[in-house]
Design a binder for this molecule. Sequence first.
Ligand SMILES: [Zn+2]
Length: 238
Amino acid sequence: MTSPSLLDLREQVWRANLGLVRAGLVTLSFGNASGVDRRAGVLVIKPSGVPYDTLRPEHLVVVSLEDGRVVEGDLAPSSDTPTHLLLYQRFPDIGGVVHTHSTAATAWAQAHRSIPALGTTHADHFHGAVPVTRELAETEVTGAYERETGAVIVETLARLGLSAVEMPAALVASHGPFTWGHDAEEAVVNATALETVAEMARQTLALNPAVESMPSYLAEKHYRRKHGPDAYYGQKRR
Ligand SMILES: [Zn+2]
């Protein structure tokens, strides 16, 4: 795969940010998408505090993947940039990151509950329950808060033995969801899927509080037909 030029990446990340709004995932101004060019050693992210309706590709900020320095752009990057940066540093296979405060997924994060796999919509996107992190300690919040937010996501997946590819989402306790993917566009798709399955799970548990996770053979079937080496769902990628 060839890396898109920085111009293409700006355009792609700009579209991803607008895609979050279009998908109804942005509450107030809480929401940001980024994308990475690993060959160039940079990530491109939404600037801080610029309204979505006036956002243009040239407003996006280019940040060094190594140390978080702004290498291109006149505006300050999103305050969540250190979280995105840490995820790119620790998950080498991902190319896009999204953070929102979408209502249903945030409700699970606030309830300190992972989202159980209850049906095939979930299994199509996430390999098992979508995990929730532990609460950040006071020293982590008063210290490098945004970077610690990324670190607790990495810690959570490691503790559960999950790769970032099989689990492209996590709920940060008392905060909200982060998702990622091969690129910014896929991270938006995963944020949309996450919000959908979060709402479906909430309604399912309201109807039947005793419901159990779906059978693993059904979950595996759905995950593998979209993501496994023998995936056959959708059109063949050329
Ligand atoms: Zn947030």
